[in-house]
Structure formats: structure tokens, C-alpha cells
Design a protein around this ligand. Structure first.
Ligand code: MCN
Ligand code: MOS
Length: 708
């Protein structure tokens, strides 16, 4: 029996079922966990940007009050290597040897009875270095450069021939500054070894990966590692990797045979939990005089840490955005003495869309064609890479609905043609085609004699709403009330789940829940119930306590085998800016987002995702930049006083509309929405700034100095 989905419960804008626990302080975040007998840790960080440690003197720290252990590379036990994983653990354990790869690298951990003692003692560890001049620029000839290390580039047709035959071309280079995820919750690890079994509370979006990595590093069976993360105070991708502070804390707990807690400080967050690496993209577009694309070429250089193996995916998505016969992508990774990069909302896609959608705007200007019309003229009706029909695609509706709501037709195409007092006014837009990613997922669904359903999975809710949508979907499928569903997640003792990441969890978990619900309802059907009998009554009559079923999904794998081109979300963004040229100010005046996310689980949560993503996109466009000291590579602005993120005054009313219907591939008909909200915001703003001022700004963030 397969359950059908209606809008009885699914899609409804329900409040979060965990909302009350969150606002009343009852929901435990990692930093809320304290274990009996727990000691506190503080990190020692490198104060040079490259080189070697020549001497470490631990004696003063060891003699300080309350200090229990000082662990550095020269007294640390050997650990195993993290398993290779281009979207998981860090490549290199920071205490492996005397090498310094970047300023801030964790080179020791100090454990004491109290946090204050640990922090004070960490300052007493004396380290001497043979410092080298760090490599900090992708163009530095000393940088190790890898060409297409992840095999993510592609080509079809012949780009050079296409560019030669093009009547109009654009050749422009775009850069994006390094940026830091700034979740509110400070990343925390609370580790304890309980009779040989490791139990870790950790700020992670991917407990299943973390469990595997820790088991390998500490050489214990998988079943002897338990990772717990019931609530997470924001990740935005920072929680997708296993970081060295977690390894160090687990190690300290093992050395001391005592629970150890580490809470990163805000400045430490900037170099300990990844960042969006600097990127530079050269985009070349060629078109016929009537605006048909005949060539698209993207050449990417992205910064990454020394020896790191994390794909940035900037070269991945471009070839499927528009119908065009000659398309190529190229990628290089430059390894620099910078902190490890990581994932940051819509990694790769958001960078690619900035370059592509800015270049499309430049092309529209050269062609004298409306930017919206240029997108429609090159609409990819089928996946241009393989000719397969999309599982769903309402991008045209996004573009047209957005234009209509925004009033795009009122736009005078001439730059500097619109004014409001001292402000030059500009309209800009961008189209967005987003992919998703999901690892295999498993859930256990149980219905008990009380008529309650319990869903269990190692999945996380990082603020997205996983608890709520899982309850909604389960209630929908079983035909029961939402408050009869209990969702137990964030624990690796439960069935394995993919990361909250790649905008894939809601789909993967939903598909597994649907699978489990089909199995479960089939089992109930075999109990020959009477009409109108509830699950609880049926179990009661048969004297059965509960019935369970396991459900599974493996969406990315299934997508590869599908006859459909499995699509993620699509979106269109329309922006109005005001620019005060005398002061170099850009103010957002309006922003319309129209999004195709397939079927929605919860309209309110879906809208929150788009709003949150859009705010991050505004930060990317106008404010955010991690500044590395050019001499040392130290993060020079690693505080909320210096690293600017948008505040309320930077954000206008955000109009969010959903279009499109259920996706034909996803078992739930849904598509991911967690990241698409950030994508396309920056180019729409940059395009609007061009329209307002006639100046094309190709380097993010767009700051005052560029406008003066
Ligand atoms: N949703 C929906 N209908 C859909 C799809 C999604 O209602 N058709 C809503 C649901 O509430 C769901 C949420 O959107 O829980 C996100 O679903 P999905 O797109 O599958 O994304 P994931 O569950 O995999 O979450 C990760 C995603 C990513 S990759 C980043 S980065 C990000 C994001 O979600 N980080 C976030 N949103 C975030 N939101 C918060 N509050 N905090 C973060 O750290
Ligand atoms: Mo999102 S950057 O895939 O956690």
C-alpha cells in the first residue's frame, strides 16, 4: 500500500513543534551539556602563518592552578587518519607533526578544572617557531596549484569555435572575498569515554560522518562511538566537516579518562570551522545578435588550505543553467596558508551564479536586450547536458511571476535613468538553477498502542525545521494528528541519516519516512481491522504493544539512474537598489524572490528558509569579507564588531512567493530549499547597481570605496 500525499497536514504553515522548547530554554544545544566530573579545555593556536615549531615549553602551563593536562604534538599519542572524504573530515590532524599550515592552527589543548583556568594556562604554553613567509595569494608562484582535482569540470561542443562565431561576446572576471559562516551557537564539543565507548555532544550537521571519522581516528569500532546533536544553533555548512577542535577534545577526554568540554570563542570560530574560500572566475559568453547563447566558458580559481581536499563545486552547476551547445568549465585550486575552507550555504552554486548572472546582465546590455528576455530566450527546456526532461522545472514561472510582482516592465533600460531625490535607482534581476545532494537515509517508524507514532533517525535539525516537517509528513501519511507524532533525531545510535546539507535532508528523510509508512500501513492492513478502527485500537484488540517498520532512501544515487534530469530548486530574484554616489552608499529598497521548491512541507518554514538565505545573500553582496592579515594570514576581523553581517536596517521587506508543483522524481514531490535563498541575490544586486549607476562592479562585497 502506498500512501498518497494531500494537503491535509503537509504544506501547512504550522508553528515549529519544538518552538516552545527553544524559546523557553528547554532545548539542549551542545554548549548546554555538562557531564559529572567534567573538565574544561582551551586551545593553543599558532601565532605564525607558516613554518615549523622548534620548541614547546609546557612547564608553566602544567604548573598553573587546576591544570590537568597540556597536550601538544610532541607528547600527543599517535592517532589514525580521518577517512578520505571530499565532503567530510579535515585532511590532516593538526598535532600530527611540527608543521604550521596557517595562522591559528590548533597546536595544543590545555585541560583544567575550570574554563577560566584552562584559558589562563593556554596562554602560558611557550612556543618557538622557525617561521616562513606564508603563501596567501592564489597568484603567488609558490602556491601549490592543482588542476581540476575533483574531476568536476566538463565540456560539450567547442567553446572556442562558438566564441569565434558569436556576434556579441562578454569576457569578464569576477571575484568573491573569503567569507565566514556566523552561526549564533558557538561550536562546542563535550566528549566522554564511558567504559571504552565514546559519547560526544558536538556541533555537527553530519553526525553519521562524524561517527565514522572518529571511529577511524581513535581506532574503535563504529558501534563504540555515539554522536549526539538534538539541537544546533545554526551551521550553514560550518558543521559539515569534522574539525580539529573536536578531535583534540575527544583525545583530551581519553588521555584524562574524564569528560572534557570545549566551547570555541567567537574569534576562534573564524579560523576553526571553515570558510568560503576566495574565488575568481573568468566568464566568457558568446551570443548571436538576437541573443542566443553560442558559447559559455567558466574558468575558476579557488583558494583552499594546504593539503586540503575539499571540493568547492564552483565549476559544477554552470553547464546546466542555459541551453547552449558549446560549454566548458575549468577549475584550479590554489593551496594557501589559510585556515581550512569549509562549506557555506550553497557552496559553489552561489559563487557560480554571481559570475554567470552578472555576465548574462553584461551580455544583455551589449545586445540591447532586456535581461529577463535574455534568460527566457536561452531557457533550458531539457537538461542541456544529457537531453533528459526535468523532473520539474518552473523557472519560467519564477521569472514571469517575479517580473510581474516586481513591476519589471516599468524599468527604463538606460543606466542612470531612474532617480529618487539624491538616490540613483536601479533594477536588477537574476535567475537561479540549483542542485541538491543527499546521502542514503534510514528511519525507523513505530506506532504504539496509545496510537502515537515515533520516528527515529540520526538526522539533525539545524534550525531548518526537521522536527516539524517530519511530524507533519508522518501525520499526513498515517492519517493521525501532528501532536501524536514524536520525532527522535540527532543521535547516531538511531538509523543512519545524511547530513543536514546539500539541501538534501528534508527530501531524503521524507522519502525514507514515506517508505517506512507504506511498510507500516501494510503491516497494519494484515491485522484485519474493523472500519473506523484507529491504529491504537487495532493494536489493543490484538494485544500488540507496537509495530515498527524501517524505511530507506538513496536519492542522489537514484537520481543518477533516473530517466529524468532530477532537478533541485529554481528561483528568480528581482531587486531595487538606491545608490547615493556622493556617499558611496547602496541601499536595498525591495527584493522579490520567486522560488520553485516542488511541493512544500511547511509553507512557513519554507518561507523562513528563503528569507534567511536572502539575508545571507545581502551580506555576501554588500558586507561580508574575512580579512587575512597580508603578512601572517591571521584573521584580522574575526569578531562581530569587525566582520559585518546584515542587520535589520540593511534588509528591506522581502517578498517570497512559491510557484511550481510536486516534483516527479522525489517520492515526497519536494525539492530542497535550505540553500537556494542565498543564490542569485548578489548578482541581482550588482546588476541593479549597474542599472542605477552605469558602473559594473565585479568584486564582492560591493563596498563604499568601489562606488566612490
Ligand atoms: N522545506 C520545506 N519544503 C520543501 C523543502 C524544504 O518546507 N520542499 C523546509 C523544511 O523546513 C526543511 C528546510 O526547508 O527542514 C530545509 O530543507 P532542505 O532544503 O532539505 O535542507 P536540509 O534539511 O538538508 O538543511 C540544510 C540546509 C543547508 S545545506 C544549509 S547550508 C542551511 C539551511 O539548510 N543551514 C541552515 N538552512 C538553515 N537554516 C537554519 N536555521 N540554520 C542553518 O544552519
Ligand atoms: Mo549546506 S552549506 O550544504 O550545510
Amino acid at each position: 500500500m502506498t500512501a498518497t500525499l494531500t494537503d491535509r497536514v503537509l504544506g501547512r504553515p504550522l508553528d515549529r513543534i519544538d518552538g516552545r522548547r527553544k524559546v523557553s530554554g528547554a532545548a539542549p544545544y551542545p554548549s548546554d551539556f555538562d557531564l559529572p566530573g567534567q573538565a574544561h579545555a582551551a586551545l593553543v593556536s599558532a601565532t605564525v602563518g607558516a613554518g615549523r615549531i622548534t620548541r614547546i615549553d609546557r612547564s608553566a602551563a602544567e604548573a598553573a592552578p587546576g591544570v590537568l593536562a597540556v597536550i601538544t604534538y610532541d607528547n600527543a599519542p599517535d592517532l589514525g587518519d580521518p577517512p578520505p572524504n571530499q565532503l567530510g573530515s579535515i585532511t590532516r590532524w593538526s598535532l600530527r607533526d611540527d608543521r604550521i599550515m596557517y595562522y591559528g592552527q590548533h597546536i595544543g589543548i590545555v585541560v583544567a578544572d575550570t574554563r577560566a583556568q584552562a584559558l589562563a594556562a593556554a596562554r602560558l604554553v611557550k612556543v618557538e617557531y622557525a617561521a616562513e613567509e606564508p603563501v596567501l595569494d592564489v597568484d603567488d608562484s609558490r602556491a601549490e596549484v592543482e588542476v581540476d582535482p575533483f574531476g568536476l569540470t566538463s565540456s560539450r561542443g567547442d567553446v572556442e569555435v562558438g566564441l569565434d562565431t558569436a556576434e556579441v561576446t562578454v569576457d569578464a572576471t569576477y571575484t568573491i572575498a573569503p567569507e565566514a559562516n556566523s552561526p549564533m551557537g558557538l561550536f562546542t564539543t563535550v566528549a566522554s569515554w564511558q567504559s571504552g565507548r565514546l559519547v560526544v555532544h558536538d556541533t555537527t550537521q553530519y553526525p553519521t560522518m562524524m561517527r565514522k571519522a572518529l571511529a577511524a581516528i581513535f581506532d574503535v569500532p563504529l558501534s563504540d562511538v555515539r554522536v549526539l546533536i538534538p539541537f544546533l544553533g545554526g551551521g550553514f555548512g560550518a558543521g559539515l566537516r569534522l574539525w580539529s577542535h573536536t578531535v583534540l577534545t575527544v583525545l583530551a577526554a581519553r588521555v584524562l579518562d574524564r569528560p572534557v568540554k570545549l566551547v570555541l570563542s567567537r574569534p576562534q570560530m573564524f579560523f576553526s570551522t571553515g570558510h568560503r574560500g576566495f574565488s575568481r572566475q573568468r566568464m566568457r559568453l558568446g551570443a548571436t545578435g538576437d541573443g542566443r547563447l553560442v558559447a559559455m566558458d567558466q574558468d575558476v580559481v579557488v583558494a583552499n588550505g594546504v593539503e586540503d581536499k575539499l571540493a568547492a563545486y564552483i565549476e559544477f552547476g554552470m553547464p546546466t543553467c542555459y541551453a547552449c551547445d558549446n560549454v566548458a568549465t575549468h577549475a584550479r585550486v590554489a593551496h594557501l596558508n589559510i585556515p581550512y575552507t569549509g562549506f557555506m550555504r550553497a557552496p559553489g552554486s552561489v559563487e557560480m551564479h554571481f559570475a554567470l548572472e552578472s555576465a548574462m546582465d553584461e551580455l544583455a546590455v551589449r545586445l540591447g536586450i532586456d535581461p529577463l528576455q535574455l534568460r527566457l530566450r536561452n531557457y533550458a527546456e531539457v537538461n542541456p547536458k544529457n537531453g533528459k526532461p526535468w523532473s520539474s522545472k518552473a523557472l519560467r514561472e519564477c521569472l514571469l511571476t517575479g517580473a510581474d510582482r516586481f513591476g519589471w516592465s516599468a524599468r527604463d533600460p538606460a543606466p542612470r535613468s531612474m532617480r529618487d531625490g539624491d538616490w540613483l535607482v536601479g533594477y536588477g534581476m537574476a535567475g537561479v538553477s540549483f542542485d541538491f545532494y543527499a546521502d542514503p537515509c534510514e528511519v525507523r517508524l513505530t506506532v504504539d498502542r496509545g496510537g502515537n507514532a515515533i520516528v527515529r533517525s540520526a538526522a539533525t535539525d539545524i534550525g531548518t525545521g526537521t522536527y516539524t516537517i517530519t511530524a507533519q509528513l508522518t501525520a499526513e501519511l498515517l492519517g493521525i494528528d501532528v501532536d501524536r507524532v514524536r520525532v527522535e533525531i540527532g543521535d547516531t545510535d538511531l538509523p543512519p541519516s545524511p547530513q543536514s546539507g546539500g539541501s538534501g535532508l528534508a527530501g531524503a528523510l521524507g522519502a525514507a519516512v514515506k517508505d517506512a509508512a507504506s511498510e507500516l500501513t501494510a503491516r497494519f492492513a494484515r491485522l484485519d481491522g474493523s472500519p473506523g478502527e484507529t491504529f491504537g485500537e487495532l493494536l489493543d484488540r490484538h494485544g500488540i504493544d507496537e509495530i515498527s517498520a524501517t524505511g530507506k532512501s538513496d536519492l542522489t544515487k537514484a537520481a543518477g539512474a533516473s530517466d529524468l534530469a532530477v532537478a533541485g530548486a529554481f528561483a528568480a530574484r528581482f531587486v531595487e537598489v538606491g545608490v547615493d554616489e556622493d556617499l558611496g552608499l547602496v541601499r536595498l529598497r525591495r527584493l522579490v524572490s520567486v522560488v520553485d521548491g516542488g511541493r512544500l512541507y511547511n509553507e512557513k518554514l519554507a518561507r523562513s528558509q528563503i528569507i534567511g538565505g536572502t539575508v545571507m545573500g545581502i551580506g555576501m553582496a554588500l558586507l561580508e569579507e574575512t580579512a587575512f592579515d597580508p603578512n601572517t594570514g591571521r584573521v584580522a576581523n574575526g569578531t562581530f564588531g569587525d566582520y559585518l553581517v546584515p542587520v535589520n536596517a540593511d534588509v528591506p521587506d522581502l517578498d517570497v512567493v512559491f510557484v511550481g508543483g510536486p516534483d516527479a522524481f522525489a517520492p515526497t514531490g519536494t525539492k530542497g530549499l535550505g540553500e537556494v535563498g542565498i543564490v542569485g541575490v548578489a548578482p541581482a544586486i550588482a546588476n541593479a547597481v549597474h542599472h542605477a549607476t552605469g558602473r559594473r562592479l565585479r568584486d564582492l562585497p560591493i563596498t563604499l570605496d568601489q562606488l566612490l
